[in-house]
Design a protein around this ligand. Structure first.
Ligand SMILES: Nc1ncnc2c1ncn2[C@@H]1O[C@H](COP(=O)(O)OP(=O)(O)OP(=O)(O)O)[C@@H](O)[C@H]1O
Length: 309
């Protein structure tokens, strides 16, 4: 369990994390979502004792990181900045970590197997691809078999196979009863991995919600329907009590009805339909709306390039 109480971090005039409270519970994946610069990495670094809070506190299983008697056995992390000595082999890197923390050698082989690095375990990690580097970082995080795990943007820059592997691993760690805290700036990624969602913007928590609830509230689909007799159709649909709107291109939008129900109403009145389609709201849109006020730098629309340049 991770608990933050009024957790604050200031860098000069910048308040990176602004008196936040949250709890990350065991047995599920908690997604930590926010736009660039929202304060995700700073929060995670404070959990791991790498940054000192300017105010408030954050604890792992009730204690600040520096007070944990055997930190590697309680909490493991894959943070963005990797501090791996590139000249060492993967095996030696893990062995050195294990030795300095009283972890038996056989656990090194175990974690190498868990992350699928057997074939390159005795190669220097300096030549590793990004995906292999991530696997090595995860092996290090798992070395002490901790009950709490943090992953900062773990899928950044990975290929689809690597992304799928990390997602599966994260889900299985939570299924084993561990506390799993994963940051991302991609809503679509969180929707696939997280059970619970903490949204951060400009250093403040702007949503703390069950993922299934968030999806149900924000992904309600509607039906688009176009007909050359759209006035008559609109009246017939309104009679059924469904909520109607009109899209920019003149199509009717219908909430609360299935395409079958709409098709049946049109058929029963002998009305022609030129389009009948379901439109799903995107979770990414919902996230953008939620964090619209907290994005540090909005992209400027590009001006068209003058002809002949
Ligand atoms: N060491 C530092 N010194 C000064 N400012 C910092 C430092 N670290 C972070 N910040 C600032 O704190 C704010 C939060 O940064 P942080 O890296 O925690 O955000 P983030 O949500 O992890 O973003 P990203 O997705 O871009 O990694 C930003 O405004 C950042 O510029």
């Amino acid at each position: 369990m991770i608990t933050a109480e009024r957790l604050t971090k200031r860098y000069g005039d910048t308040t990176a994390v602004d008196a936040i409270d949250f709890t990350v519970r065991p047995g599920s994946v908690t997604g930590f979502l926010g736009p660039n610069g929202a304060g995700k990495s700073t929060t995670m670094r404070m959990v791991m004792g790498l940054d000192h809070p300017s105010g408030g506190r954050v604890t792992v299983n009730g204690r600040a990181y520096r007070d944990l008697p055997a930190p590697l056995h309680e909490v493991g992390a894959l943070l963005e900045a990797k501090a791996i000595h590139g000249g060492r082999t993967a095996y030696n890197h893990l062995l050195w970590l294990a030795k300095t923390n009283g972890i038996p050698r056989r656990r090194v082989n175990e974690v190498i197997g868990m992350v699928g690095l057997e074939a390159v375990a005795h190669k220097r990690s300096g030549g590793f691809s990004l995906g292999m580097g991530q696997r090595l970082g995860i092996a290090a995080a798992l070395l002490g078999d901790p009950g709490v795990l943090l992953f900062d943007e773990p899928v950044n820059g990975l290929d689809p196979e690597g992304i799928r592997w990390i997602r599966t691993l994260i889900r299985s760690l939570a299924a084993e009863g561990r506390t799993v805290f994963v940051s991302s700036h991609l809503m679509s990624e969180m929707a696939l991995t997280a059970d619970h969602l903490l949204v951060i913007g400009r250093g403040q928590i702007i949503a703390d919600t069950d993922m299934a609830d968030f999806i149900a509230r924000n992904s309600a689909a509607h039906v688009r329907v176009r007909s050359p007799q759209s006035g008559v159709l609109a009246e017939a649909l309104r009679d059924r009590g469904w909520r109607l709107g009109r899209a920019d291109d003149g199509a009717l939008t219908v909430e609360g009805a299935t395409p079958e129900q709409i098709g049946d109403v049109a058929g029963s009145r002998g009305l022609y339909l030129h389009e009948l389609s379901v439109v799903s709201a995107s979770l990414e849109d919902a996230f953008m709306r939620l964090t619209a006020d907290s994005v540090e730098y909005h992209a400027r629309t590009e001006q068209p390039i003058p002809a002949g340049v």
